[in-house]
Design a protein around this ligand. Structure first.
Ligand code: NAD
Length: 513
C-alpha cells in the first residue's frame, strides 16, 4: 500500500515489479540473481532488479565499444542537443523521479526534487559546454610551424555510484561524458537499483528518438562484484567511482594496476569553523541543515563544528534548542525535516558511533536514539545527535554516515581552528562562519583549509553544479561537475604541423644526412 502518489510515480517511470537490470539502451536483459529494493521509509518491497552476469556484462561492453565508434563522430554541439532533450525529459519527470529518490533512498521529497534539479542543471551546463571543448594554440619555436592542442573523446566511461545520491552523481558524469563524445556504463548502488532503472529508461528513450545506436547509455546492476568487472576491464580508460574511502582504495589499486584513469569522489569529514565574529543565527541554520539534511548521509554533511571558546556555550545552547524542534518521519511528508537512514546496518553504525564517542571521553548533549512505534516500523529512523568531543578521538576522525554532530572547542586565533579542521584524513568540504575579513581570507589562503570546497558564511553541504566538485587527501582528489572537470573525460593531444620546406628539429638539434 504505497501512499504519497508512489504507485503513479513508479508507473510514469516504467518501473515494474521485476525489472531486468542490464541495458544497452532500449534493449534490456538479465540472467543474474534478483536484487530486492526495500524502502527505508516503510520497509515495503518497491521492486526487484535482476543483476548482471559476466556474460551480460560482456554483451554490454561490446555494444558500448561499438557505439563509441559512432558517437565520437557525432559533432559535439549535436551531442549537446541530445543532452538538452534529456534535460527536458528530466524536467517533465522531475516529480516522479524525485519521489522515487525519496522513497528508495529515504531523503526528504524536497531533497529528492533538488537532486533531480541538479541533473537538469548539469544538462544545461553540458549543452553550453558542447560548444566550448577548447584546447589552446601556442607559438612554435620552429619557423613556419603551428602548434596546438585538442581534446578528443576518451572511450567507455565506467561509473560506480553510491546510494546517497542515487541519480545526480550519474548525471554529473554522463552529461559531461556524453557531450565529450564518450559512452557510459553505469553500475548504481545495490541499495538504490530502481533509481538506476528509471534513469536509464529516460536516457534510452532520448537516444532512440534521435536515431542513435544502442550502447551510448548502458546500465549494469549488482554489488561490488559487478563493480569489479568495470574496474578490471582494460577496455575502460576511465572509472569514475563515488563511495566510501574503503571502496576507493580498492578501486584505485585495481584501475591503477592496469594504468587506467580514476575519478574518485570518496568520504568527507566536513567541519564548520565558528569564530567570535560569526552571525550566530546563520550559523545555526547552516549547521543544522548540514548535519541533519539527508539524515547525515551526504558526503558533504557537517560532522564537526569547531567553535571559539568565547561563544561556545551560546552556540551549543542554540543548537540543542534547534535540535529539539526537528520533526523526524516519513520523508515524503513535507512536514518532516529528517527521514530514515538507508538500512538497519547504517542504524547499527550510528549506535556504535554514539557508544564510541562516550567511551573515548565525549559527552552527549543531544543523546539521539532509534525511533520505534507507529510510522517507524522499518527500524531505520534515528534521532539526530550532538556530542561534545575532541578532534583526536578515533570516532571523530572517521566518517560515520549518520546524523551525529561533534562539537569541538578552539582557543585563540583562527589558525588554531584551521589546524583542527585540517587535522583529519579526509578533505572534502569546509566552511567558516565569520564577518571578519582577516579570518575569512586566512581560511581561504594557501595556509588555510585543505579541502576541495571551502565556503564563507555558507554551510558545508549543497554545492552548485557550476563549480568543480570533489576533495583532497582520502576524499580521492577527483573533480566532477562544473568548471573544467570535463577534461578528465577526454584525451588531450598536442599537434605540431610543419608547413615549411625544411625539417628543423626542436631545441636546435642538428641531424644532417
Ligand atoms: P560504498 O563504498 O559502500 O559503495 C559505493 C559503490 O561502490 C556501490 O555501487 C558499490 O557497489 C561499489 N563498490 C563497493 N566496493 C567495490 C569494489 N571493490 N569494486 C567496485 N565497486 C565497488 O558507499 P555507499 O555506502 O554507497 O556511499 C556512502 C559513501 O559515499 C560515503 O563515504 C560518502 O561520503 C561517499 N560519497 C562521496 C561523494 C563525493 O562526491 N565525494 C558523494 C556521495 C557519496
Amino acid at each position: 500500500a504505497l501512499d504519497f502518489g508512489m504507485e503513479q510515480a513508479l508507473k510514469m517511470l516504467g518501473i515494474e515489479e521485476l525489472n531486468p537490470g542490464s541495458s544497452t539502451g532500449n534493449s534490456w536483459f538479465a540472467n543474474g540473481e534478483i536484487l530486492q529494493s526495500f524502502s527505508p521509509v516503510d520497509n515495503s518491497l518497491i521492486g526487484k532488479v535482476q543483476t548482471t552476469t559476466k556474460a551480460d556484462y560482456d554483451k554490454v561492453l561490446s555494444t558500448a565499444t561499438e557505439a563509441f565508434k559512432i558517437w565520437r563522430k557525432v559533432s559535439a554541439p549535436k551531442r549537446g542537443e541530445i543532452v538538452r532533450q534529456f534535460g527536458q525529459r528530466l524536467r517533465e519527470l522531475k516529480e516522479p523521479l524525485g519521489k522515487l529518490v525519496s522513497y528508495e533512498m529515504g531523503k526528504s521529497y524536497q531533497e529528492g526534487l533538488g537532486e533531480v534539479q541538479e541533473m537538469i542543471d548539469i544538462c544545461d551546463f553540458a549543452v553550453g559546454l558542447s560548444r566550448q571543448l577548447h584546447g589552446l594554440t601556442m607559438h612554435s619555436e620552429r619557423p613556419e610551424h603551428r602548434m596546438y592542442e585538442q581534446y578528443h573523446p576518451l572511450g567507455v566511461v565506467g561509473i560506480i555510484s553510491a546510494f546517497n545520491f542515487p541519480v545526480a552523481v550519474w548525471s554529473w558524469n554522463t552529461a559531461l561524458a556524453w557531450v565529450c563524445g564518450d559512452v557510459c556504463v553505469w553500475k548504481p548502488s545495490e541499495k538504490a537499483p530502481l533509481c538506476g532503472v528509471a534513469c536509464q529508461k529516460i536516457a534510452a528513450e532520448v537516444f532512440q528518438a534521435n536515431g542513435m545506436p544502442e550502447g551510448i547509455s548502458c546500465l549494469i546492476n549488482g554489488d561490488y562484484r559487478v563493480g569489479e568487472y568495470l574496474t578490471h576491464d582494460t577496455r575502460i580508460p576511465l572509472i569514475s567511482a563515488t563511495g566510501s574511502i574503503r571502496m576507493g582504495k580498492i578501486v584505485a589499486q585495481a584501475v591503477g594496476a592496469r594504468l587506467g584513469k580514476t575519478l574518485l569522489e570518496l568520504g568527507g569529514n566536513n567541519a564548520i569553523i565558528v569564530t567570535p565574529d560569526a552571525d550566530i543565527k546563520m550559523t545555526i541554520i547552516g549547521a543544522v541543515f548540514g548535519a541533519v539534511g539527508t539524515c547525515g548521509q551526504r558526503c558533504t554533511s557537517t560532522r564537526r563544528l569547531i567553535i571559539h571558546e568565547s561563544i561556545y556555550d551560546q552556540v551549543k545552547d542554540a543548537l540543542v534548542a534547534a535540535y529539539n524542534q526537528l520533526k523526524i518521519g516519513n520523508p515524503l511528508d513535507e512536514n518532516n525535516h529528517v527521514g530514515p537512514l538507508i538500512d538497519t546496518d547504517a542504524v547499527a553504525m550510528y549506535k556504535n558511533a554514539l557508544e564510541k564517542v562516550v567511551a573515548e571521553g565525549g559527552k552527549l548533549l543531544v543523546p539521539g536514539g532509534v525511533l520505534e512505534g507507529e510510522g517507524f516500523e522499518s527500524g531505520c529512523y534515528v534521532k539526530p545527535a550532538i556530542a561534545e568531543a575532541e578532534n583526536h578521538f578515533e570516532i571523530v576522525q572517521d566518517e560515520t554516515f549518520a546524523p551525529i554532530l561533534y562539537l569541538l572547542k578552539y582557543k585563540g586565533d583562527v589558525e588554531n581552528a584551521i589546524a583542527i579542521q585540517n587535522g583529519v584524513r579526509q578533505g572534502l568540504s569546509s566552511a567558516i562562519m565569520t564577518n571578519n575579513l582577516r579570518e575569512a581570507e586566512t581560511f581561504l589562503s594557501a595556509g588555510g583549509s585543505d579541502c576541495g570546497i571551502a565556503n564563507v558564511n555558507i554551510g558545508t553541504s549543497g554545492a552548485e553544479i557550476g563549480g568543480a566538485f570533489g576533495g583532497e587527501k582520502e576524499t580521492g582528489g577527483g573533480r566532477e561537475s562544473g568548471s573544467d572537470a570535463w577534461k578528465i573525460y577526454m584525451r588531450r593531444q598536442t599537434n605540431t604541423i610543419n608547413y615549411s620546406t625544411g625539417l628543423p628539429l626542436a631545441q636546435g638539434i642538428k641531424f644532417d644526412l
